[in-house]
Design a binder for this molecule. Structure first.
Ligand code: C5P
Length: 240
């Protein structure tokens, strides 16, 4: 008679936390409300962003950084989209980097992988989230989704400009992924003006790995971006 195994306790490995800095004012959108709260197809942008993150079942906790006073309502919106993953909200800071640092402070020490995802990249496909987690689990210190640059890019130099070889360029998206310890070290060193977290890890002398980004991971920044996002959702399109 063989040994019968009735149940195996599932181990949720790796333990992944998604930080969502959503404390920006969204001035460029001109909606007069924080960008993450702007409605998109009948739901706040934040709800779409959180749903996209937890589409990868390894994401077990969502930590939001919100404008002061909006912690509770924004946590409720996120919780409505986060399925089984609990949501914690903290007050954000004056800059994006300070908002991420505030969220990082409440991430449990047992976590393996931290994702940092702009709420504004609210249509990011689950495949991008999964590719970032996979690369961190495989040993990368910093992972960013990168998309080819379609415009010809010129660099402004003294007295003129020159073309840059765009084939070597990638536009950086989110979520960006890191081992928890690496992101903590980067933020301990600090750079309040950093526009993304990978740049802060790079400043530690560590390499940044690029995985394939996606056109749908674009950042909703202007009113025109909102029109595009509405159209993509209405069309149910999966590709950009
Ligand atoms: O301004 P920008 O679009 O680059 O902001 C990127 C992300 O950082 C947005 O999701 C925004 O809400 C967030 N942010 C933040 N705290 C700030 C400024 C921006 O969480 N002080």
């Amino acid at each position: 008679m063989g040994v019968r195994v009735d149940s195996v306790t599932p181990v949720q490995e790796p333990r992944v936390v998604a930080i969502v800095p959503a404390a920006g004012s969204g001035e460029r959108l001109g909606a007069g409300t924080p960008k993450a709260m702007v409605p998109l197809a009948g739901e706040p942008i934040l709800a779409h962003a959180v749903r996209g993150l937890v589409a990868d079942v390894r994401v077990g906790l969502v930590v939001l950084a919100t404008p002061e006073g909006l912690e509770e309502p924004m946590a409720a919106i996120a919780a409505g989209a986060s399925g089984a993953a609990p949501v914690v909200a903290v007050t954000g800071g004056r800059t994006r980097a300070e908002s991420v640092a505030a969220a990082l402070a409440v991430v449990p020490d047992e976590v393996d992988v931290v994702l940092v995802h702009d709420a504004a990249r609210c249509l990011t496909p689950a495949a991008v989230v999964g590719a970032v987690i996979d690369a961190v689990v495989s040993g990368a210190d910093a992972v960013v989704p990168g998309a080819p640059v379609v415009d010809t890019i010129r660099e402004v130099v003294d007295g003129g400009s020159r073309t840059i070889d765009r084939s070597a360029l990638r536009a950086v998206q989110t979520p960006q992924g890191f081992p928890l310890a690496v992101l903590r070290r980067a933020h301990a060193r600090g750079d309040a003006d950093a526009t993304d977290d990978a740049g802060m890890v790079e400043a530690l002398g560590l390499p940044v790995v690029i995985v394939a980004g996606h056109p749908r991971a674009f950042k909703v920044t202007t009113a025109q971006d909102l029109v595009l996002a509405e159209a993509l959702l209405a069309g149910g399109q999966q590709d950009g």
